[in-house]
Write a protein that binds this ligand. Structure first.
Ligand code: ADP
Length: 215
């Protein structure tokens, strides 16, 4: 089972992808995570990507296609993957088709999380994660049970993404609307697109995704 999760920043793609990883042993392929790792490691890709990411723009198709193609070649991707944050442009969608057919892989579902963009800035600007295990939290919606201590692993270190500020978020939304939403018709003709209400609570979103995947 191979999926694409689509939706604007803050729609809940990462939350749902990591749940699918835990519950179904699938692999989450987040180009955002891959790029942040490259930035943290100071690799040439990271150096090229950092300023664009901080401004809320899109990293070049060439770079992103390259890292995704390499990642797809790792054997764990054969267990079933969830693309989170890729493809984001027409060029990436075409590149993905070519990569998948070249590697003997296919897409089963494209799931669009439909959300109200005004609510997203609020969701994104309050979010933070455990620096050790990656558990997600939110200043208003989901604080750790004990202040300053991760519920899952007990760590007291947390981090926030550099691009999760109101200005950058607005730019990321514009990029989504201009470049990413227009790729949906690319998949529509193949009958693999489903829509899920991303404004519902997390468990309902999860149930809706499960119903699509298990159908
Ligand atoms: P979000 O979906 O919340 O905006 P991501 O973690 O998916 O966050 O991406 C963060 C940033 O990484 C994007 O704003 C963009 O600069 C870069 N990025 C991630 N994936 C891609 C991609 N497929 N193409 C171009 N840039 C990307």
């Amino acid at each position: 089972m191979n999926l694409i999760l689509l939706g604007p920043p803050g729609a809940g793609k990462g939350t749902q992808a990591s749940r699918l990883v835990k519950e179904r042993g699938m692999v989450q392929l987040s180009t955002g995570d891959m790029l942040r790792a490259a930035v943290a490691a100071g690799t040439p890709v990271g150096l090229a990507a950092k300023a664009v990411m901080d401004a809320g723009g899109l990293v070049s198709d060439e770079i992103v296609n390259g890292i995704l193609s390499e990642r797809l070649d790792q054997p764990d991707a054969r267990a079933g993957f969830i693309l989170d944050g890729y493809p984001r442009t027409d060029v990436q969608a075409d590149a993905l088709d070519a990569m998948l057919s070249g590697k003997g892989l296919a897409l089963d579902h494209v799931i669009e999380l439909v959300v109200d963009e005004d609510a997203l800035v609020d969701r994104i600007t309050g979010r933070f994660t455990c620096a050790k295990c990656g558990e997600g939290y939110h200043d208003r919606y989901k604080l750790p049970a004990v202040a300053g201590v991760c519920d899952v692993c007990g760590s007291s270190e947390f981090k926030r993404r550099a691009d999760d500020n109101a200005d950058t978020v607005r730019q990321r939304m514009l990029e989504y609307r201009a470049k990413t939403a227009p790729i949906i018709p690319h998949y529509e003709g193949r009958g693999i697109v489903s829509r899920v209400d991303g404004m519902a609570n997390m468990d309902d979103v999860a149930a809706a995704i499960d119903a699509i995947v298990d159908a």
